[in-house]
Design a protein around this ligand. Structure first.
Ligand code: MN
Length: 474
C-alpha cells in the first residue's frame, strides 16, 4: 500500500475521496473556523481559503479517523500499532540539507499576530492559539533533539506563552534555566501526516521523534538548520517559527479548552520569543481543534503503540492495548492479555501505570475481548470483575495536570494556584477483568452459536419472499 510522506499529496488524496472540503472565503478566525471544523469532525477535513481575509489558508481535521491514519501510513488498520512500534524501535537518522521549501520566504521583521492566520478556538480561550505546532528543541546536555506539540498562546508581535508539561522539553528548559541560558526552539506548523504522528511517540528522552518520522517514511527525514539557531526542522514543512525560551521569564497563559474537554486555568508559563519566521511561498497553516478527533487520535495512537512496546518488554503475554476515546485518548487504557498466571493482570496494571503518568484507569481483559470495542470491555468488567479481588488502587500518584478532577482538595499557594509539585496528583485504579484460568463447566465460556462466523447472508436470504402478503393471507 502507498504511504503519504508529504502533506500536500495527502490533502489532495483526501479531497479526491470526499474527505476534505473547502469553505467559502472569509470565515472568521475567531470561533467560526473551529465551529465548522468541529461540525465535520471525523467525517471530513476542512480547508479554509482566505480565513478572516488572511492570504494564508488554514486546514484542519486531516488526521481525524483511525482508518485515515492507517491509510496515511500505508498499512491496514489492524497493523497500525505494530507498524508504528516498529518505527519507534528502529529510528532512522535524519538527512541534513542546506536548501528547503520551508525557508523559501524569510521574515525577520514581523508581527506574528497578523503574519499568521492563528484561530481562536473555544468559548473561554484567552485568545488565538497555535495548536498544531511541533516544538523542536535540543537537549542542552546531549544535543539530541526532541519534538512535542505544545499549546501556544500568541501574546504580542514576537512573544508567545507555551504550556510545557513535565516531559522532555520541560527537562531541556529546566536544564537551560539552571545555567541561566535561553533554550533555542522552533515551532513547525504544517508537517506531513507521518511526522505529525511521530511527534507524539512516547519515546525515551534523547530519542529524536524526527528519526521515528524517518522510520515511518522508510527513508531519512530531510531536515534543515534554522536561520537563527541550531535547531533542525523538517525541510518540507509549511511554516517555521524560530525563537528561544529565555530563562526565568513567565507570562500569563490560558484559560484554554484542552483535550479532556475542559478549560485549563490561567497561569504563568514559559515564553517563546520569536526571532524569525520562515515559510513556503504559499504556505498552509494547520490548526487542530482541541478535544476533537484529530487531537485525541494523534495523541492516542502513537501512545498506544509505544505503551504496547513498553509493556511487551516485561509481559510478552500482552497482545493489544487501546486508549479509549471516552477516556480522552489518554486516561483509560484497555489491555488485552493471554493470561498464563492468576497474578499476571495485576503486574500488567502496575506496568501500565508506569508507562505514562496520564494513564489513570487500566482494565485488563482476556483474548476474547476486543479492546477497541468499549462495549466489550464494559462487558468484561460487568461479568469478570470483582472489586474485592480484582481492584488495584493507588492514591496520590502523579497524573495529568489537565484532568480537572485532580484539582480538588490540593494545597494552594499565595498566588491562589496549586504549586506545580502538587499539580495533577491523582488516584489510579486498575481493574482485573479477566476470567479465572480454571473454572467449573461453562461458567466463563462466552456464548457462541455454532456457525455464526461462517453465515453467508447472500446464500441464505430470500429477498423475494413476500412477507406482507404472507401475513395477510395466513
Ligand atoms: Mn521525546
Amino acid at each position: 500500500m502507498k504511504k503519504f510522506s508529504q502533506l500536500r499529496p495527502w490533502l489532495a488524496h483526501l479531497a479526491s475521496t470526499n474527505r476534505l472540503v473547502a469553505t467559502k472565503k472569509n470565515i472568521f478566525l475567531k470561533h467560526e473556523l473551529a465551529a465548522i471544523a468541529k461540525k465535520l469532525d471525523g467525517k471530513s477535513g476542512v480547508f479554509f481559503p482566505d480565513p478572516g481575509g488572511h492570504s494564508i489558508p488554514v486546514v484542519s481535521g486531516f488526521m481525524s479517523s483511525r482508518s485515515w491514519i492507517a491509510e496515511a501510513m500505508g498499512v491496514e488498520e489492524g497493523a497500525l500499532l505494530h507498524s508504528f512500534r516498529l518505527a519507534a524501535d528502529n529510528p532512522l537518522p535524519c538527512k541534513l540539507v542546506d536548501d528547503a521549501p520551508c525557508q523559501e520566504v524569510v521574515h525577520r521583521d514581523f508581527d506574528i499576530r497578523t503574519l499568521l492566520p492563528v484561530p481562536t478556538h473555544s468559548e473561554h480561550d484567552s485568545g488565538p492559539y497555535i495548536t498544531a505546532g511541533l516544538v523542536i528543541a535540543r537537549n542542552p546536555k546531549t544535543g539530541i533533539q526532541n519534538v512535542s506539540i505544545n499549546r501556544i498562546q500568541v501574546n504580542s508581535k514576537d512573544r508567545m506563552a507555551v504550556l510545557i508539561l513535565p516531559r522532555h522539553l520541560h527537562a531541556f528548559q529546566q536544564a537551560a534555566e539552571e545555567l541561566n541560558q535561553s533554550l533555542p526552539v522552533a515551532v513547525v506548523i504544517g508537517v506531513d501526516p507521518l511526522t505529525l504522528l511521530a511527534s507524539q511517540a512516547i519515546a525515551p528522552i534523547d530519542s529524536d521523534e524526527l528519526e521515528i518520522a524517518g522510520a515511518l517514511h522508510g527513508e531519512p527525514l530531510e531536515v534543515i538548520s534554522c536561520l537563527t539557531n541550531d535547531v533542525r526542522v523538517p525541510a518540507n514543512s509549511e511554516i517555521v517559527i524560530e525563537g528561544h525560551i529565555p530563562p526565568n521569564v513567565r507570562e500569563l497563559e490560558g484559560p484554554f479548552g484542552e483535550y479532556p474537554k475542559y478549560y485549563s486555568s490561567q497561569e504563568k508559563r514559559q515564553v517563546i520569543v520569536v526571532d524569525a519566521v520562515t515559510h513556503r511561498k504559499n504556505p498552509i497553516f494547520h490548526t487542530i481543534v482541541p478535544a476533537e478527533l484529530e487531537h485525541l487520535l494523534l495523541g492516542s495512537i502513537p501512545r498506544e503503540a509505544t505503551i504496547l512496546s513498553y509493556l511487551r518488554r516485561s509481559f510478552p503475554g500482552v497482545l493489544d492495548v487501546h486508549l479509549s476515546l471516552g477516556g480522552v485518548g489518554r486516561y483509560h487504557l484497555y489491555v488485552q492479555i493471554k493470561k498464563t498466571h492468576e497474578g499476571l493482570p495485576k503486574n500488567v496494571i502496575a506496568g501500565a501505570f508506569s508507562s505514562h503518568y496520564d494513564v489513570k484507569h487500566v482494565v485488563v481483559v482476556d483474548e476474547d475481548v476486543d479492546v477497541h470495542v468499549p462495549s466489550q470491555v464494559e462487558w468484561a468488567i460487568a461479568t469478570r470483575f470483582q472489586a474485592k479481588r480484582g481492584l488495584v488502587v493507588i492514591h496520590d500518584a502523579q497524573g495529568s495536570v489537565l484532568d480537572p478532577s485532580t484539582t480538588v482538595g490540593l494545597p494552594i499557594d499565595v498566588d491562589g494556584v496549586i504549586p506545580s509539585h502538587y499539580q495533577g496528583m491523582s488516584s489510579k485504579l486498575g481493574f482485573d477483568a479477566t476470567k479465572p484460568l480454571v473454572y467449573e463447566g461453562h461458567v466463563f465460556t462466552k456464548v457462541k452459536i455454532p456457525g455464526e462466523d461462517e453465515v453467508d447472508l447472500e446464500a441464505v436470504l430470500d429477498n423475494q419472499f413476500p412477507i406482507s402478503s404472507y401475513l395477510k393471507s395466513n
